[in-house]
Design a protein around this ligand. Sequence first.
Ligand code: PAF
Length: 288
Amino acid sequence: MQTASTLLVLRKALESLRRDGGTVGLVPTMGALHEGHLTLVRRAREHCDHVVASIFVNPAQFGPNEDLDAYPRQLAEDSAMLEAEGVALLWAPGVEAMYPAGFATSISVKGVSEGLCGAARPGHFDGVATVVAKLFNQIQPDRAFFGEKDFQQLAVIRAMARDLDFARPHVDAILGVPTVREADGLALSSRNRYLSPDQRRAAATLPAAMREAIAAIEAGEPVPATLAATGERLMEAGFERPDYFTLADAASLTPLDALGDAPARLLVAARIGGTRLIDNMAVGAKTG
Ligand code: PAF
């Protein structure tokens, strides 16, 4: 596996990778890799001849009170994991390579980025859209792979690629990969490492409560009352009041008060002991 940390080296490495005409899949990450990321790499390997992974802890997507400095950085360990998974090229730029002096552009995707995590983390999705647009332009992958765990992020990136006419990757080649979970259902996340053993045990209430809420909603129980009761259950388990706990249209992420015919998604963000966890699950369309 080759590693590039400057654009010059990246371009040369991509040129030699493309010489045989094979397809390139991109897996963008911020490092601190876990099984969820490795699943993205494996999916990329199934679909593409060469896999490029990126590791860049993107300052633009962290708010002033967020944990940019504390964000785990373990390049040597991550690099070994990616190499073992057959990644051909690792793009690991420093901040100055990604945002050189004078950098002045920001991409803002309206609508889909505004509610949910966008409301709780102002500017976050502008930072994500901007860095992902740069990664797409730098690497020009045939396909790009993102975890569905960050469901709103995936929707924002697709909207950005569609609105700005990205050709590599085309919006239809931005692929969402289902969330990887621990045995007790907790979604894998780099943030889980911040949980104490007690908090980690309590955190499993989140997916369990979501599944119960989904079963109730699919059985025809009223959505607002079901979500309110599930929110209470989370707080009894040790969570703070959720930032959001919302049933939304799966495409537009517009909140729904009732299940309709279109695919819906249950999305939640809640803190436990200061660690903010997010999760989402599909909800079946109304039947009959
Ligand atoms: O999901 C992430 O790890 C990041 O938000 C991404 C997509 C790599 C952009 O920095």
